[in-house]
Design a protein around this ligand. Sequence first.
Ligand SMILES: *[C@@H]1O[C@H](CO)[C@@H](O)[C@H](O)[C@H]1NC(C)=O
Ligand SMILES: *[C@@H]1O[C@H](CO)[C@@H](O)[C@H](O)[C@H]1NC(C)=O
Ligand SMILES: *[C@@H]1O[C@H](CO)[C@@H](O)[C@H](O)[C@H]1NC(C)=O
Length: 353
Amino acid sequence: MVKRKYVLASILAVTLISWIYWSSNHEVNNTIKILSEQESFKHTIIQPSDKLCTGNPFLVIIVTSYVGHIELRSAHRRAMPQKLLEAMNAKRVFLLAKIPEKDKIITQEAIIDESNIFGDILQGSFVENYRNLTFKHLMGLQWASTACSNASYILKVDDDTVFNLERTYRLLETLDANDIFLLGYILNNTKPRRNKENKWYVTREEYSRKNYPAYLSGWYYITTPKTARKITEEAIYHPKFWIDDILITGLLTEALHIKLRQLPRDYWLEYYELLECCLRDMINKQINCDSVVGPNGGRENLIVEFNDAIRNCDKSKKCTKRDESTPLKKVCIVNSERTIFSNGQPQVELYQL
Ligand SMILES: *[C@@H]1O[C@H](CO)[C@@H](O)[C@H](O)[C@H]1NC(C)=O
Ligand SMILES: *[C@@H]1O[C@H](CO)[C@@H](O)[C@H](O)[C@H]1NC(C)=O
Ligand SMILES: *[C@@H]1O[C@H](CO)[C@@H](O)[C@H](O)[C@H]1NC(C)=O
């Protein structure tokens, strides 16, 4: 009788130990799986030359670009040619992902050729998808903060962002490269979309809080390699969230207590129509456009036209300052409901004058 009890206890103990062993292993395996997915942004298939960032660049520009957007990348290269970048001690890299299977228009060979010609491609081993943008964005910050750790500043833009480099420098020259910060267009008190039909629909499992923390539009923001490094290090251990701007400039900066800073007034043109109007006035009326950033509204060449017009204004010295009694937003009437940001879909505003 005593023996039987003993056997039973042994069986029980063995079962318990096996179970503990199995479940902890299972947990370890799960953790490894999660960690390796979190680290997807570290795996790349095309890199720019190791030498790209030697020396001490003043600025490194990272441009998120859909792998198939060859024309947009070409427009960036024409708007800010290599010669200009060199003269300004700036570097530029385009952030791409793998070609999705259903995209038959672009081939990997063409991307390899592009990389061989321009040396400015960083391609991740994850597939292009808006749900993978987080990886692409982190990949860019990771690369800029390691390969370009000597750079003073990082500028992150999207390939459909229109911006001017010389004006960006005017702003950079007022900053301190030793500070820890992100400087951009702050979006505050925005809410997750809970409507299933919305492209930016977010489940409560993905994000349970009522509001998003303050974050920056990913169209254009400025940071430093030191700040970017803190963010990418934190990202590995932080729960993943697929809306890249909100995760990277909002949730991670909140966790790290990194300050967000707002760009000066009039720096930013929220709508394509405003940018187009600012540009038209520079060309036709020689009124200087004080703004630096805006969306291209689907016009690939707009970044080239905008930069050309600003440079002509600066060179000719004929452009005048806009009359304060007729601000741009009054002159250019944008009379339609539209979303300001195509990516995070934080707000829909009725812009009416
Ligand atoms: C960064 O700058 C330091 C000091 O100026 C220099 O020794 C180092 O080689 C630079 N690193 C790179 C990657 O250029
Ligand atoms: C990227 O997105 C696709 C489609 O949503 C998905 O199948 C794939 O697993 C993602 N890649 C990574 C590395 O998560
Ligand atoms: C966002 O708004 C809250 C309150 O509405 C405020 O306390 C906070 O400072 C704001 N954050 C930023 C970065 O502007």
